[in-house]
Ligand binder design. Structure first.
Ligand SMILES: Cc1ncc(COP(=O)(O)O)c(C=O)c1O
Length: 348
């Protein structure tokens, strides 16, 4: 059975978290002399001299309206990269525990584990980029604390079959993290609606992709109240800065604008999916549920360099497992996509 207290690192279970000035006093006062801030102001038109809300409650309340998940089930990180790091730090004992990843996948699960001196077990996806459940079952041991899944997956673009993810959630009693950074571009249903059914499920999403706010660095983790409490205990006290919180609050009012951007990007993705395969150098365009396409070409390294010389930068993924001769191409504006196609047409 899933038991959060057994899964946690003992030092984190027993941790007395830092109590910040803004944790200890939350109301309104006329004189703030509790946090060693600069009471005179900031050298800017708008002042940022006061520490922000450590738990970002205003942002979480707005997210509740959009995601249908209440604030106690939401953790905000400085990008979902921070969510990944906080999960590994909270649950994996350095030098002892391990995480399981399913390459090719997003690189930060592995890097975060390395930074924390946590071992990594790798079970490659099948050739059609799906989970190899028997191999995963074999790889998991008593020290496997977290399985990281990414759906839609970066860099392959496809979604993982829901039934396979559910099989893991039902049969594996560590944490199953489903990274849904690209879910807004997908035809598949989010796992957010399944949080109540699975105490071991953590869903990651981000404002960096469909929401167009990568520079503000705001990522989200959704999970049981117990898991979110642990993550809040481990994070640095003021991990989301005031300017980001304010701008995110404004952006979250613009759901319709974001939906329109998603519509345009999905349409452009369709155009690239239709037009790229007709080019002589393109061998395969993999189906995508994300805002990028994995494209197998005749000589990825040469084409990567050729595009770069033309001022077009794509991602060379050709040295990644199962991605030989593949480029990962983000869907751009209509004009950018046309430039890309034109450049590839001219390649000799
Ligand atoms: C699958 C996946 N997860 C997480 C991230 C990181 O997102 P953030 O900007 O929220 O840190 C990325 C960024 O490319 C990603 O592809």
């Amino acid at each position: 059975m899933f038991n959060l207290n057994e899964l946690l690192r003992p030092n984190i279970r027993d941790l007395v978290p830092y109590s910040s000035a803004r944790d200890e006093f939350k109301g309104e006062a006329s004189v703030y002399l509790d946090a060693n801030e600069n009471s005179l102001g900031s050298p800017l038109l708008k002042w940022y001299n006061r520490y922000p809300d450590p738990l970002q409650m205003a942002v979480k309340e707005k997210l509740t309206n959009i995601k249908g998940v209440t604030p106690e089930h939401i953790f905000l990180g400085n990008g979902s990269d921070e969510c990944i790091d906080v999960l590994i730090r909270a649950f994996c004992e350095p030098g002892m525990d391990n995480i399981l990843i399913v390459p090719p996948t997003y690189g930060m699960y592995e890097v975060s584990a390395h930074i924390n001196n946590v071992q990594i077990k790798k079970v490659p996806l099948t050739p059609d980029f799906q989970l190899d459940l028997p191999a995963m079952e074999e790889a998991v041991d008593d020290f496997t604390k977290i399985i990281f899944l990414c759906s839609p997956n970066n860099p392959t673009g496809n979604s993982l079959h829901r039934g396979a993810v559910e099989a893991l959630l039902n049969n594996y009693f560590g944490l199953v993290v489903v990274d849904e950074a690209y879910i807004n571009f997908s035809r598949q249903r989010s796992f957010l609606a399944d949080l109540q059914d699975y105490p071991n499920l953590v869903v990651l999403q981000t404002l960096s992709k469909a929401w167009g706010l990568a520079a503000l660095r705001v990522g989200m983790a959704f999970g049981s109240k117990e898991i979110i409490d642990v993550m809040n205990k481990v994070k640095p006290p003021y991990n989301i800065n005031q300017a980001s919180q304010e701008l995110v609050l404004k952006a979250l009012d613009e759901v319709e604008q974001v939906n329109e951007m998603i519509r345009v990007l999905v349409e452009e993705r369709g155009r690239l999916e239709r037009e790229l395969p007709s080019l002589a150098i393109v061998q395969k365009v993999y189906p995508s549920d994300a805002n990028f396409l994995l494209v197998k070409v005749r000589d990825a390294k040469k084409i990567y360099q050729y595009l770069l010389d033309k001022g077009i930068v794509v991602r060379d993924r050709s040295s990644v497992v199962l991605c030989a001769d593949c480029l990962r191409i983000t869907v751009g504006t209509e004009k950018e996509n046309s430039e890309l196609i034109e450049a590839l047409k001219q390649y000799q």
